[in-house]
Every structure is written in C-alpha cells, then in structure tokens.
Design a protein around this ligand. Structure first.
Ligand SMILES: Cc1cc2nc3c(=O)[nH]c(=O)nc-3n(C[C@H](O)[C@H](O)[C@H](O)COP(=O)(O)O)c2cc1C
Length: 232
C-alpha cells in the first residue's frame, strides 16, 4: 500500500485524497487582453461562468456563489458561501443578517475576502477589500424582489444563533406565514441587509498544465488600478 493509500484509508472519506488532482488544459490569459480595471474583466468571466452554468451539459452550479471570509476580534478567520447579488464599479454586493457572525466580524474589522470557485472552468477569482453596509433603500429594493418564502425566512431566522430544535424554526416560519399570506407585502427586517465589498485587489486565476497557472492581479492605488502577474 502506498503512503497516499494509507492516508486515504485512515481519512473519514473513503477516497484517495492525495491522488485527486485535475490536469488543466485551458488556454492562458494575457495581460494585453485585460482591461485597465477589474470590473469589466470580472463581467466577462462572470458572463462565461453563467453561460457554463446554463449549459445543460455543463456542471458549474450557482456561478454567483462566492465564499466570503471574515476575521473576528481575536484574529480568527471564518468562511461561508453567500450569493453575489450585484456588482458594478463600486463593488460586490451580498445580502445577509446584520446580527450574523459574519456581520459581527465585519462591524469589528471591515477587511474581507471573496472567492468565486469556478472549478469546472479551472478558474477562480479572489477579491480582497473592505465591506460596508448598503443603503436601506438598496436593501429594501432587493428584499422586495425575493420570493415570498425567502422574505419570511429572513424574519424567521436569527441567523448564527443556537436554536433548540428544527421545530422552533418551523413554528416561527408558520407564524409569519399566517401573518403575511402569499401576496401580502412583507416588510424588510431591520436586522437584514446588504454589504458592498469595495475591492483593493482582484485576482483572476486560470488553471494551466503542469501547475504553471496564470495569475493576474489588479491592485488599487487611490483610483487607479495596476495589473501584475503572480507566480503560480
Ligand atoms: C450556495 C449557498 C448560498 C448562500 N447564500 C447566502 C446568502 O446570500 N446570504 C446569507 O446570509 N447566507 C447564505 N448562505 C448561508 C451561509 O453560507 C451561512 O450559513 C450563513 O450566512 C451564516 O453564516 P455566519 O454564521 O458565518 O454568519 C448560503 C449558503 C450556500 C451553500
């Protein structure tokens, strides 16, 4: 038995993790093809990821799912997936509970990172920057566009807090569903809203053969962006 097999047999998953690797055969990315700022480039890649997700033969799911990492008061990081709900020259927007762990972290330390894991395309985009709350109007506009059930869910869930049971959550939802039947306007909860991540760096990563990947990273200095190539 090889060493990697031994590790695999001891791991919780009965899979040979050490032997798992994809070989990327994609074309590279060149500085000359990249625009002066990252938003246009992000829009291009996002469009391609969305097309991949829409392809019935493709395997990329939820191209707007991104991992947001925050840091607490003791410097301990934590990560979770959220959905990108808006992006423009100002930044990347997601919505969440303002009393959640991530929101509490951001209140103490606005530095965050976002990661888009577009594995089926051999790509990732990594953003670092600072998060700020969106305006109330922007939150309400988005909240109204959500399905009725999701609107109720935002009220029913005290996100990140410990609850006694699933029943407690279902009971809270049922009570709200009785108060606001389908078709009735649900107000946006005051403890719920958006964060906009203002980027300082945006890295575009393209997998290539032999682990010689392409990494092009934009860095913001005041209002100008510079593009550097990083060693993989
Ligand atoms: C695909 C996917 C999308 C998600 N989208 C969101 C989202 O947009 N907003 C949100 O608050 N949580 C979302 N979640 C749940 C979060 O990952 C997380 O469980 C929750 O926000 C609580 O995180 P926290 O306790 O670290 O603050 C999503 C989870 C998954 C798997």
């Amino acid at each position: 038995m090889t060493e990697s097999r031994a590790i695999a047999s001891e791991s919780a998953a009965a899979v040979d993790l050490a032997a798992m690797r994809a070989q990327y055969r994609t074309d590279g990315i060149a500085e000359a093809d990249f625009p002066e700022e990252p938003f246009q480039q992000f829009a291009r890649w996002f469009e391609q990821a969305a097309a991949e997700a829409a392809d019935p033969a493709g395997v990329l799911a939820e191209p707007n799912a991104m991992i947001v990492s925050t840091v607490d008061g003791e410097g301990r990081p934590s990560s979770r997936t959220v959905l990108l709900k808006g992006v423009d020259e100002r930044g990347f927007v997601f919505f969440t509970n303002y009393e959640s762990r991530k929101a509490r972290d951001i209140a103490g330390n606005a530095h965050v990172s976002l990661l888009f894991p577009w594995h089926p395309m051999g790509r990732q985009v990594i953003v670092t920057g600072t998060a700020e709350r969106t305006g109330r109007e922007e939150t309400v506009r988005y909240f109204r566009s959500r399905p009725h059930g999701s609107q109720l869910g935002a009220w029913a869930s005290a996100q990140s807090s410990v609850i006694a049971s699933r029943d407690e959550l279902d009971a809270a939802y049922a009570e709200l569903a009785a108060r606001y039947p389908e078709g009735e306007q649900v107000p946006a909860p005051p403890h719920w809203g958006g964060f906009r991540v203002l980027p300082d760096t945006v890295e575009f990563w393209q997998g290539r053969t032999n682990r010689l990947h392409d990494r092009l990273r934009y860095t913001r200095e005041a209002s100008t962006w510079t593009l550097h190539r990083l060693s993989p």
